[in-house]
Design a protein around this ligand. Sequence first.
Ligand SMILES: C[S@@+](CC[C@H](N)C(=O)[O-])C[C@H]1O[C@@H](n2cnc3c(N)ncnc32)[C@H](O)[C@@H]1O
Length: 260
Amino acid sequence: MTSSIRKFIFHDLQAIEGYIDPPDALVFLAILGSQQAASLEGGLAEIGVYYGRSYFLLRKICGDAEKIVAIDPFDIVKPDHGGAQYDRFVAGGRQLGLSVDGGRVIKSDSTLLRAEDIIERAGMVRFFSIDGGHMLHHVEADSRLAAASLAEHGIIVFDDTFNPAWPEVTAGVTDFLREEAGRFSVFCLTKYKTYVCRQAFHEFYSRTIKTSPELKAFDHLETEFLGSTAIRLHNPMRRRIAYEVMVGLGMRALSERAYR
Ligand SMILES: C[S@@+](CC[C@H](N)C(=O)[O-])C[C@H]1O[C@@H](n2cnc3c(N)ncnc32)[C@H](O)[C@@H]1O
């Protein structure tokens, strides 16, 4: 099963324009797999869908029956982008053979939502991805929304942390972590994302990252961050080069081997 999902990550998903790269896709796979193995149930939610690259990854990993709330104003209009944002999102799903659960799509600015809007559509959430507005007030509102709709065992993943192009994302995430000190802590860091859970589950998710076969290709480095030890997954330059060369040569199906 995971080998077909790995093929999906390295090959099929690349047809959807968007912003999740293979290393984080493998972290998503590891976390969702460990939740499933431990019967940690709950819905999924994403703020900032764009054309659905992460959404379809979640759908592929979790299957049709899982409830995924997808939040985005869907108001991007780019003449060269082949139609309206929402239509292109749905068309991407059709191309991949995956469904969009229209009843759980919320076409809105996320800062206007309440936790009930999410909980009534998906129950308490076990996996919440935040990749919407990138200014401080967005991250403040989105982190509050995620925390209030999160199951005890749920995780929040923030995109674009420590990216110098979006300094207010980093400010918002560190504000959240300091306000929530003792309740939420970081268990994993990648080049692009920061993964957070409640304190009581820190050990569980740290173990997930440490032991997942999906993640053994990365260097695992311990990093102290605001009172907790996070595992920083480092992707060595030689692997990134090998991957880019294979992709450049049109060997997408083979590129997965670089991450074994
Ligand atoms: C970087 S893209 C997300 C990429 C996506 N997660 C992926 O996997 O490809 C950012 C998205 O956030 C949406 N967005 C921007 N401001 C938002 C807001 N206030 N509330 C919800 N979504 C927002 C944009 O419409 C855009 O689709």
